[in-house]
Design a protein around this ligand. Structure first.
Ligand code: ZN
Length: 409
């Protein structure tokens, strides 16, 4: 007995795990024998003589559940040996084990994966666009089509056909075809698999080589909804959901629409147009406000007190852009220097001078930053700085002294 993992020494041979889910994806509880252990990234992994747990492969994520009540965190395939390694949260003893599969997760994956076969064939039947890859995500599923652009209308046609096939409640059969007979099987997509090939046959509609878990009849898929289209590198990624995910999505979308509808007092299905109108109105108002603010700053600049060619003032939370605008406009008056400060989340300053002035305000700012810290820069006629320490009064006095003292600028 191993003292660290409580495991009896196991046979050190690799086992080709029997896959119970191949022929019965509805089997959710089973007995097996733990025959081998392997460490997987520091976690305890166990190989069973047979299993109904699906390993991550073919775009479909692994099942979850328990082995002897210890939660499974992953199930991975060791391709060279065909062994499936069940990665567990804790160690278990070798010998007989009792396994339970997370039924909700398995049912969801069956709906998504069978739905994918139906949708992929719909794109082939209608537009001759093969699926080049499939991903079953926790929220969304995607297929990548060999199609350089798919319109919303084309996607909806495929969605309609897929949903008709679901309503037909066609049988979904698992067949095994010998490699030499695979061409006659009429697969949607050629396979590179050898030996006995597992084929998922949707009655009179689609045949695909696949190792995934599938529903018995298409009706169990429930429904398919395409939720997005994204074009990339001569392919189109189609985002979709099936079955219970469609209901959950519809419910959430409905809640969101209701909230928008109540906020803007428009019927839910007219909300998009109403929001668009509101947005345009908002943009127009923003422009008007900007124009009014600009006029106001013109007025303020024209009235701004200037003593001996210096306009000095400090503000609170005026914002750097407004401050720059004000400084520049004050300096439209000849012979003027503007030294403005703004106390907000940090102390900022803006120095500006009129076109006829010789003062280099960038140099003045450099001296000010050297004295009070912070950072900044600009041109000889307009410079700004931020993060200065000290009070606005101290900083402005310092800058003002440099201007009046003519200290090297
Ligand atoms: Zn498949």
């Amino acid at each position: 007995m191993c003292t660290t993992c409580r495991l009896r020494p196991l046979r050190s041979i690799s086992v080709k795990t029997g896959r119970l889910y191949y022929d019965d994806p509805y089997l959710l509880e089973f007995d097996a024998t733990a025959v081998e252990t392997r460490s997987v990234g520091g976690h305890f992994g166990v190989v069973l003589d047979k299993t109904a747990f699906y390993p991550t492969s073919g775009g479909q994520p692994n099942d979850l559940g328990t082995i002897n009540d210890v939660p499974l965190i992953d199930c991975i395939e060791d391709e060279p040996t065909g062994a499936l390694i069940h990665v567990l949260q804790d160690t278990i003893d070798a010998g007989p084990v009792h396994c339970r599969i997370d039924a909700g997760r398995r049912a969801d994956h069956m709906q998504q994966h069978s739905g994918q076969h139906v949708l992929s064939q719909a794109f082939v039947e209608l537009f001759d666009w093969p699926t080049v890859s499939f991903h079953l995500g926790a929220v969304n599923c995607t297929i990548d089509l060999a199609a350089d652009g798919v319109s919303r209308e084309q996607a909806e046609k495929a969605e309609d056909l897929a949903n008709r096939v679901i309503r037909d409640n066609r049988g979904v059969f698992v067949r095994y075809v010998a490699e030499e007979n695979i061409v006659e099987a009429g697969l949607r997509k050629a396979t590179e698999r050898a030996g006995k090939i597992r084929v998922i046959d949707i009655e009179g509609y689609d045949r695909s080589a696949c190792g995934g878990t599938h529903v018995r009849t298409t009706g169990e898929i429930g429904g398919i909804l395409i939720t997005g289209l994204e074009r990339a590198k001569k392919q189109t990624r189609v985002q979709f959901i099936c079955g219970d995910r469609v209901i959950r999505y519809a419910r959430m979308a409905n809640h969101a629409l209701e909230a928008i509808s109540q906020t803007i007092s428009a019927p839910p299905l007219e909300s998009a147009a109403a929001v668009r109108n509101l947005w345009e109105e908002h943009q127009q108002l923003r422009k008007q406000i900007e124009q009014l603010e600009s006029q106001l700053i013109d007025y303020e600049a024209a009235q701004f007190p200037v003593n001996n060619g210096l306009a000095v003032a400090s503000f609170k939370n005026r914002g750097i852009d407004k401050l720059k605008m004000l400084a520049s406009r004050i300096c439209s008056r000849p012979g003027t220097i503007a030294l403005l400060a703004d106390e907000g989340d940090q102390l900022r300053v803006v120095f500006a001078r009129s076109a006829d002035s010789k003062v280099d305000v960038a140099a003045l700012l450099k001296q000010t930053v050297e004295r009070f810290g912070g950072r900044g820069g600009g041109r000889s006629n307009l410079a700004q700085g931020g993060g200065l320490t000290g009070s606005a009064a101290e900083v402005l006095q310092f800058a003002q002294d440099r201007c009046t003292g003519g200290s090297g600028m």
